[in-house]
Design a protein around this ligand. Sequence first.
Ligand code: AMP
Length: 285
Amino acid sequence: MTAQLRLAVPNKGRLQGPNADLLSQAGLVYERTERALSAPVANVDMELLFVRAEDVCEMVADGVAALGVTGLDLLQESGTDLQVVAKLGFGSCRLMAAVPNASRLRDLGELEGMRVATAHPRIAGEFFSKQGVEVTLIPLRGSVEVAPKLDVADAIVDLVSSGSTMMVNGLRPIASLLESQAVLVARRSVDGLSEGQQQVVTMLQAAVAARRKRYVVMNAPQDALEAIEAIIPGIEAPSVIPLAHNGKVAVHSVVDATEVWQVLPRLKDAGATGILVFPIESLIP
Ligand code: AMP
């Protein structure tokens, strides 16, 4: 008998909520009772393990879980030899080197001999040695951005999404070390995974892909079809369905979510009417 498929997911913090949203969009049904360390999935033969985001890689590397959701930064910092089998499109941030606003330091080279506080000492260490800049790393677990104020460090390497935390703490970014987002990790690449594991990867990828698209439906005169097709080619080609009334068709297509608001007025100008825009739950190309 094969062991049950386990997916390790963040139990709290920034990645927990968006990950729970993705799992439910992907159709996984489970109940998470407070403080539960695991939960069975009702409609798929698998179990969720709720662990700290920074422990997910360890769980997968040790074989406790077959798959895990964590940040790309945490994967690289873990030093484990895991594969990214899907990018999940949330938890986007950048790992950046920053110095106090008042500091005269302008570029990385000037950090030579300085103290750099970070919760990512492995990534920062590899980065600075690749740049040929020798720094003293001060590993911290949190509140990295206050280290210069406390004179614990001259610079920091920390995660930034909007940049407002750095700004509030009087820090100025000088270099970007890594673009991070939530990722699905496994011990092997997709091709080496079991059928059950591949199905989970596909379900999550389909939910992620669907978020980037909208389903657009409209009516149009038959003779406007060419102009409409030029605006919305769809994934392959739009579906065109004849309507009961002469000379009119319904057109169904899939459009990039980021483009939908530019596309709608153009469709209207081309003669489309009754345009509807729907979210998509899953998309398997
Ligand atoms: P947690 O410490 O559990 O809240 O999770 C932190 C993880 O969330 C980081 O390792 C990143 O992968 C991700 N993340 C996304 N945006 C940010 C941000 N602005 N600051 C810190 N972590 C972020």
